[in-house]
Design a protein around this ligand. Structure first.
Ligand SMILES: NC(=O)C1=CN([C@@H]2O[C@H](COP(=O)(O)OP(=O)(O)OC[C@H]3O[C@@H](n4cnc5c(N)ncnc54)[C@H](O)[C@@H]3O)[C@@H](O)[C@H]2O)[C@@H](O)CC1
Ligand SMILES: [K+]
Length: 554
């Protein structure tokens, strides 16, 4: 099982964070004697079309090892989702034009969705509330913002808050709800019952402290949405005062953040905070499309949620909205605030890694950790940084994909004309680095590198998809080329040449390498920088070599 903390792997920009390691990893099997053989390596999971809200996929079943994928960055790959596509969609969202809705249009769209377009209010509310929860997870890490107070109003905005409370509970947060004016409709009483079944506390206004910052880490303002008129009536006037108080307590970093759903409550739906005395939320989650008042929002985090707007609505209202990335339920509107790099740090929480827990054979220990990384659903756990050094002592690093490991070493494939190949021809010493961020783990491997046999390279080359085989022929890796079209042209020509499905010969300049290790280091991040580092080094004993384990200071 994964802990709730580990399920929420978010990308918040700022400050120190605590990252808990999946709980199941703490249950190490009892130490065993050195196994004579190395268990088979499982293949990496296929591309994970992960949403913006990154929840690890369910554990995968073990598969037998087939060395059949491409090296990192192989040309002409068509992945489900790459970092490149994430980066592209983030850039597109940041620069996208946004349409703002008047109060009348917002209400009209609502009617159309629930009339001719066939939606029910329950559906829209569920999607809206999920978007709010997803946006909160994007910005406010669970480890730092566990206790969430959701203040719900009498209308649909309040309903969105109730739904968000449920999702946040399931994402591992500890929500409490203040819902002083309940609506006697089955939709709302159902949402309340669902929260009661999760033992989520409902707090009367009288029980809330004047200063909310002592008891909560975030407040979600789901009091009023686009149907708000006039000035807030009791008890919401008092609740809004408490939120106002928050903007004057603490500095901008330590202040209890307020997340407003659709409209900052109390603001005019079109004019915004008219006299400047309204709440100043840190985050606004606009739903369907931002309302006019959102133009006046100048907090650091503006998100859009409600990924359900069909083309007829987009066309009719000429809506331009930022594109949602991947399968995400929310998208940031505008640019993310800049990050102080020096403030980025993690406080790792992991089970201890002790000498008597690890396997005597480092290859077996590697397999154990690798398989756990696969089981946890990490994307490309076989990606490793390879560092080579040329004869002048100049190092260079790049990511490659591990294609096999056994007691003889770690194997990857590449172009024998590449820079790494050139370095290796001058200096066979190299280092590999695996970094499994979500598990607070790193493995370093050092050793010497030789080419694998021609038969091994042939066998692997022909196991690859034909597109990858052609890509390997086309690329004269690490040489300067005039443009992308040259590659595409050469690829097209080859595609035509082999369009009859005939055998594609492996080019001489392509093949594998094997690093035979003389050192391993297994690193596990721990709290307060007291990380575990266990190093395996080879020692001569009675004419043979044995692996000796030492603990290194972090
Ligand atoms: N496409 C859409 O239209 C969607 C709308 N949704 C949500 O629905 C909201 C709109 O919901 P509603 O139309 O129910 O309206 P609101 O939730 O904005 O509020 C209406 C309620 O607030 C009360 N109220 C209004 N002014 C008040 C004041 N001055 N003092 C005290 N009470 C006051 C009204 O009597 C009514 O009970 C949106 O902002 C959004 O959060 C989402 O649930 C789903 C999609
Ligand atoms: K609101």
């Amino acid at each position: 099982m994964l802990t709730a903390a580990s399920k929420i792997l978010n990308k918040s920009a700022l400050a120190t964070t605590t990252r808990a390691m999946p709980l199941f990893l703490s249950t190490f099997p009892s130490p065993t004697a050195a196994a004579p053989t190395v268990p088979p390596l499982r293949p990496p999971p296929s591309q994970n079309p992960g949403p913006h809200l990154r929840l690890p996929p369910p554990p995968r079943r073990a598969l037998s090892f087939i060395a059949a994928a491409e090296p990192a960055g192989a040309p002409f790959r068509t992945p489900g989702r790459t970092m490149e596509s994430l980066a592209t969609s983030a850039a597109a969202a940041a620069s996208a034009k946004v349409t703002y809705l008047s109060q009348r249009d917002a209400a009209e769209i609502d009617k159309q969705l629930m009339g001719p377009l066939g939606f029910s209010v329950d559906q829209l509310m569920e999607l809206a509330g999920l978007s709010v929860a997803a946006a909160v997870v994007e910005v406010y890490k669970l480890s730092e913002h566990t206790r969430v107070l959701i203040i719900c109003g009498p209308g649909n905005n309040g309903g969105d808050g109730l739904v968000a409370a449920r999702h946040l509970y399931h994402f591992g947060y500890k929500p409490s709800v203040c819902y002083p004016k309940r609506t006697a409709k089955p939709l709302y009483s159902g949402l309340v019952t669902q929260l009661e079944a999760l033992a989520i506390p409902f707090l009367p206004v009288e029980d809330l402290p004047q200063d909310l910052s002592g008891q909560f880490d975030i407040v979600i303002d789901a009091m009023f949405g686009f149907s708000f008129h006039g000035t807030p009536r009791p008890p919401f006037d008092d609740l809004i005062q408490r939120l106002l108080l928050l903007s004057v307590i603490g500095d901008s970093v330590k202040r209890l953040p307020i997340v407003s759903v659709d409209i900052p409550s109390g603001w005019h739906v079109e004019e915004g905070d008219i006299n400047g005395g309204g709440i100043k939320p840190d985050m606004l989650v606009s739903l369907t499309a931002p309302k006019l008042c959102a133009k006046k929002f100048n907090g650091p985090h503006h998100f859009l949620g409600g990924r359900f707007v069909p083309p007829p609505i987009l066309r009719k209202y000429g809506l331009e909205l930022p594109p949602y990335p991947g399968t995400s339920m929310c998208v940031r509107v505008g640019k993310a605030p800049s990050v102080d790099i020096s403030s980025l740090r993690e406080n790792y929480i992991s089970p201890e890694l002790t000498e008597n827990q690890v396997m005597p054979c480092p290859f077996n220990q590697f397999h154990r950790w690798f398989n756990e990384a696969v089981t946890a659903g990490l994307r490309e756990p076989n990606a490793m940084a390879l560092t080579t050094v040329n004869k002048a002592g100049k190092p260079s690093s790049r990511m490659v994909l591990l294609k096999g490991v056994d007691k003889h070493g770690f194997v990857w494939y590449t172009n024998y004309g590449s820079q790494k190949a050139h370095d290796l021809s001058e200096n066979s010493n190299a280092a590999l680095l695996f970094y499994w961020n979500e598990m607070n783990r790193q493995v370093r491997v050092e050793g010497s590198v030789q080419k694998v046999s021609l038969e091994e390279s042939e066998k692997y080359f022909h196991s690859r998809p034909r597109g990858s085989q052609l890509g390997a022929i086309v690329s004269k890796q690490s040489t300067v080329i005039a443009g992308r079209d040259i590659l595409q042209q050469a690829y097209k020509e080859l595609e035509q040449k082999y369009s009859d499905g005939s055998f594609i010969p492996k080019p001489d300049y392509w093949g594998g390498y094997r690093l035979t290790p003389n050192l391993f280091e297994f690193w596990q991040g721990q709290q307060s920088r007291l990380h575990d580092r266990l190093q395996y080094k080879q020692r001569e004993v009675d004419g043979g070599t044995v692996w000796h384990i030492e603990r290194l200071s972090p």
